[in-house]
Write a protein that binds this ligand. Structure first.
Ligand code: SAH
Length: 340
């Protein structure tokens, strides 16, 4: 069986044509799937019953159902534990901002990257998500909350550039004007530094925002916290980032989790400033969020302020990420394969 929710309109038309169905019918089905967010063929009321029955024999609609839903009492952030068709679990978070709602979606069941401070890899890696399963997170949340999501961040469980083709198809479908029509400029994709993927993404020349989880100014620190650094070190990563901004003209956002006594000294700030000097970029500091299996502590407010001052003196644009959903473990690095 094939997931019809992962198919492009062109693919759908082609398969419908070879089955003797009209191109218009393929467009109708596509619209049911992506505009109306249908999760069953029986909802497609303007499609003939006989065709619906035939479709059910060839295709299924990948979906995620709500296993658990938590709402933050502080800021209305919603965290979903979603169950996929095969029973695997992932998490997604919907955040409310002045400019609209943002969903943070997962791209894999678990994660291989093994960053020492992150919860997403603790229970290991199971599999990639299909494009339709990434879409389903958006659709299910929108239907449940009765809202239209305006922004997407690919910052949930998994490494999006380690599931490249499915993530590209997801981006194509979610930004399609025949579907949800969410503009690329409203989409961010975060990577822990998969350099081969950054070059592949560069060739696509998308208008999305690339976020890079840097989290350390030296290989010595980064090797200890992020295993990916032994494959692509900071110099190789920053060269890729330079090439990316030159090719796309898009500013890169560097994520930097502030961990007390690990990467938050004045020396770290100076080295970071030196390495990023002259780059079209932005630094987003994230006071590290707690993960129960780990004992990292967040940097103090004074330490963060001193760090910012050094970066700003070098002309680097820097902000501190707001912590949302802290009472429901919905913040950066806290999402997992499922909490039983
Ligand atoms: N795999 C991708 C997508 C995940 S995005 C990536 O690594 O970029 C999640 C972001 O939260 C990443 O920047 C990640 O490094 C960061 N993060 C992980 N654990 C964290 C923690 N405990 N506190 C704050 N940020 C964390």
């Amino acid at each position: 069986m094939k997931d019809i929710r992962s198919m492009s309109l062109a693919e759908l038309k082609e398969e419908f044509a070879s089955a003797g169905e009209k191109s218009y019918t393929a467009s109708q089905v596509y619209s049911w799937l992506h505009k109306h967010q249908a999760s069953s063929f029986d909802e497609m009321t303007n499609i003939k019953k006989e065709l619906r029955e035939n479709l059910k024999k060839i295709y299924y609609i990948s979906d995620c159902t709500i296993e658990k839903k938590l709402v933050s009492v502080y800021d209305e952030t919603v965290k979903y534990l979603f169950k996929l068709n095969d029973g695997e679990l992932i998490e997604s978070v919907v955040m409310k901002y002045k400019y609209g709602r943002t969903i943070c979606v997962s791209s894999q069941v678990g994660c291989k990257m093994g960053c020492s401070f992150c919860a997403s890899g603790i229970a290991g890696f199971v599999r990639n998500l299909l494009p339709g399963e990434i879409l389903s997170q958006v659709y299910t949340a929108q239907k449940d909350l009765g809202i239209k999501i305006s922004h997407i961040v690919m910052m949930g469980v998994g490494e999006p550039l380690d599931n490249f083709d499915n993530v590209m198809r997801f981006l194509e479908l979610i930004s399609d004007e025949n579907g949800q029509n969410i503009g690329m400029r409203n989409i961010s994709l975060s990577t822990c530094g998969v350099v081969s993927g950054i070059y592949k993404l560069m060739k696509k020349k998308l208008q999305l925002t690339l976020s890079v989880s840097l989290h350390a100014p030296s290989d010595e620190i980064r090797n200890r916290t992020m295993p990916v650094n032994s494959r692509w070190n900071i110099e190789t990563l920053l060269k890729a980032c330079h090439d990316y901004t030159a090719a796309t003209n898009r500013r890169i956002s560097f994520e930097y989790a502030m961990i007390s006594s690990v990467n938050d000294s004045d020396d770290c700030a100076r080295l970071l400033a030196k390495r990023l000097k002259g780059m079209l970029c932005h630094v987003n500091l994230i006071p590290i969020n707690s993960v129960k299996e780990r004992d990292y502590r967040k940097s103090s407010g004074e330490r963060i302020a001193a760090f910012i001052k050094i970066l700003e003196k070098s002309g680097i644009n820097v902000t501190v990420r707001r912590t949302l959903g802290s009472d429901i473990n919905a913040s950066c690095g806290q999402l997992r394969r499922g909490e039983k």
